[in-house]
Structure formats: C-alpha cells, structure tokens
Ligand binder design. Structure first.
Ligand code: FAD
Length: 371
C-alpha cells in the first residue's frame, strides 16, 4: 500500500515522520529541487504544534533549536508611544517558543531516511491511482495526501473552493546582521516581536535566529490588485523604500529608520484564505492537510495546524494500517472540527487588526489573553 504525500512543507514532513516512527513507508514528492532551493521565511510561533513534534519523537530536539526569548513582545503606536512590553523570563516554560522555519523543516527532513523526499517533482494531476508530475513522470498511489500548501493543486480533487483575498497586502523586508550594522535599531526591536499598529496599517518586526530582523508592512482594507496601484517600484529597492516611508505619514522617525535600514530584498505578498469551516465529502484515497485544507490569516495558527494534521493523520493510519478509508474519515472528522475553530479564531484576530481601533483592541487582547 503506497502512501504518496505531495509537498515537503511542515505538514507533509510531520506526516512522513510519524508514519516512519510507526514503521510505515511513505514517499514525499516536492516540487523544489533541493531543501535549500528557496528561502523558507522567518520565525514561527509553535504552541499546539508541539504535540505533533512529541508524536514525531522530536520534541527535545525542537526545544534545543527553539528560542524562548523570541516570545518577547513590544506593542507601540505610530507616534512612538510604547503600550506594552513583555520580556520572557529565562526560566519561562517553552509554551510558545519561536523557531526559524528552515531549522524546523531541517529537523523534520533530517529525521527521515534519505530517499523519503523526492525533490524536483511538481505534481500536476492524479487519475486512476497514478500521480503525474511536470517532468512527465508518474507514480502509483493507494492514498494521496495533498500537503502542497496555499496554492494546492491536489485540493481540486476534493473541492472547488479556492483561496480568496482578505483585504491585506504585505510588503516583506529585512535588516541583515542587525547587531553589527544597526545596534540602536537592534536594541529597539529587542529579542522577539515588535508591533506598531496604526489605522489600516501595521509594521511587524521580528528578530530571526540568524541575526536578521524581518519586517512586514501590512496595508489593510486594500484590494487584491493594490500592489499595481500602490506606486511601490519593487524593481528599484531604493525608490521602493522611499515610497514605503511615504506611505507611513506621521509615523515616528524611529519606525521609518527601520525601513531605511532594510536591504534590497523586498517582497510583496497578497493575503488569501480559504472559507472558514471548509469541508468535503470523504474520499477513500485522497485527503488534504495544512494550508491545502484550511489556509488561514497569518496570525500564528497555520503551521501549528499543519504539524498537528500531519501527526494526527499519521496516527490514524498507524491505527488502521489495512484500512485507509477508515483512517482518512477519522482524521478528517477531527481535523475539520479543530481547524475550523482555529480558522474562526484567526478570522476574529484578522478582523481586530483591520479595525480602526486595532492598537487599543490588541492591547486589551494581550492584557486579558491567558496565553
Ligand atoms: C508571513 C507568514 C508568517 C507566518 N507565521 C506563522 C506562525 O508564526 N505560526 C504559525 O502557526 N503559522 C504561521 N504562518 C502560516 C504557516 O506558514 C503555514 O500555515 C504553514 O507553513 C503551512 O504548512 P504546509 O505544510 O501546509 O504548507 P507549506 O509549508 O506551504 O508547504 C507546502 C509544500 O508543498 C510544496 N508544493 C507546492 N505545490 C507543489 C506541487 N504542485 N508539487 C509538489 N510540491 C508542491 C511547496 O514547495 C512546499 O514545500 C505564517 C505564514 C506566513 C505567510
């Protein structure tokens, strides 16, 4: 019985690892050519997903690479007023540590036999027990798991649902080696998360494990085609930084100094999500996990859910090794319920961030949230 996983992201790899721990083989087909073919992005806040790492037998190794101090939080207003500062004590429990996405992915990759992941295989279609790849090759499957992320192509086998724009456009930038190049800005941002919330605008800065500070400038209540009319010349980094600073009128110079210090990697990202509570009729030989199943606003749940999906599907298959349809139905029942609750929570947080009094509401949230 062949378990074929499409996508070597966190969810697909968590599934492959839990299956491996239970002595079940699986093959992961990944379109990237190698593990380091593409930058993996910044830090992830891992909380409920730690259960998946425990099931994968990797929790201790995860804690060794996670940064507890990455939980630090500073919240400010655009005029520079500091509203909240939470510094994580050295002996704090590792409930929500931050981890570099590439480190976490490498942890999972290194825990699998060398030939589990077949790089350079971009899934295009599936029919009659065969998966087809862009290079013309194909492979058989008894169970096909779409773990191929936000723009999943496997998803179409189960549902017509497509991600839709939610009125947020983000520009991602970064300051490399900040301690050496801009020690004053490094001290200002601190060890974890630094948030400035204005009216339909936010700046989120976050220290990464490699000494880079990543910045996300979010423009809320903007249309799907906003980048085309924003006047940000992405092909001219100097002019793009200047334009971004112009888009923050009245913001304290210490915030615009962060943008001026960024290097030339400036990436636009349009935020889309799947409908909250998306389900599909269970199909015995195909299922989805992670963003392919429940793409949510990026407010700290998606990677946790993807890891949990992978681990829990792995456990269901281990419990029913000769009965994939029962395992899939059992997995989907739990996954639909758990992830719709997470998607609802994420949508509420998104609504808060997009509201005119976002800063005050987020402050109240942090002051009352029993995190
Ligand atoms: C800026 C940002 C910050 C975030 N921060 C957090 C956070 O702090 N905490 C949190 O929980 N979540 C966070 N998320 C969400 C999180 O990143 C995702 O939910 C998570 O990565 C989903 O994992 P996945 O395995 O489903 O998909 P992915 O990690 O996207 O992996 C999908 C894999 O499938 C491969 N693939 C795609 N198409 C094909 C194909 N046709 N054939 C073969 N392979 C294919 C891709 O190359 C990729 O390797 C954030 C998201 C963003 C955008």
């Amino acid at each position: 019985m062949t378990i074929t996983i499409v996508g070597a992201g966190l969810g697909g790899l968590a599934l492959a690892r839990v299956l491996y721990v239970h002595g079940i083989d699986a093959v992961v087909y990944e379109r990237e050519l190698a593990r380091d073919a593409r930058g993996q992005g910044g830090m992830l806040d891992i909380h409920s997903g730690q259960r998946a790492l425990r099931e994968a037998g990797l929790l201790d190794r995860f804690h060794a690479i996670a940064r507890i101090e990455g939980q630090d939080m500073r919240l400010l207003q655009p005029d520079g007023t500091l509203l909240l500062q939470e510094d994580t004590p050295d002996d704090a429990p590792p409930d929500r540590p931050e981890v570099d996405r590439a480190d976490l992915r490498n942890l999972l990759l290194d825990s699998l036999p060398e030939d589990t992941v077949r790089w350079g295989h971009a899934f295009t279609a599936a029919d009659e027990g065969l998966v087809h790849f862009a290079d013309g090759s194909s492979a058989t499957y008894d169970l096909l798991v779409g773990a191929d992320g936000a723009q999943s192509r496997v998803r179409a086998l189960l549902t017509d649902a497509r991600p839709a724009h939610i009125g947020q456009n983000v520009v991602e930038l970064g300051i490399p080696d900040i301690d050496r190049t801009h020690p004053d800005l490094a001290a200002m941002v601190g060890r974890g998360n630094y948030w400035v919330l204005g009216d339909s605008l936010s700046l989120a800065a976050q220290r990464n494990g490699d000494g880079r500070v990543r910045l996300g400038l979010s423009f809320y209540n903007t249309a799907a085609d906003w980048f085309a009319i924003s006047g940000i010349p992405f092909d001219d980094p100097d002019a793009a930084r200047t334009r971004l600073i112009d888009l923050l009128p009245g913001w304290h110079p210490r915030f615009t100094a962060l943008i001026a210090a960024c290097d030339d990697t400036i990436v636009p990202r349009s935020i889309t999500t799947l409908p909250v509570g998306l389900t599909w009729p269970s199909t015995p030989d195909v299922t989805l996990l992670g963003d392919a199943a429940h793409l949510m606003p990026p407010v700290g749940e998606g990677a946790n859910m993807a890891l949990l999906d992978g681990a829990l599907l792995g456990l269901a298959l281990a419990a029913h090794p000769d009965d994939f349809p029962t395992a899939v139905a059992e997995y989907e029942r739990e996954m639909f319920e758990r992830t719709s609750a997470a998607a609802r929570m994420s949508a509420d947080m998104q609504e808060l961030l997009m509201s005119p009094d976002a800063c005050q509401r987020l402050l109240e949230f942090f002051q009352t949230d029993p995190r």
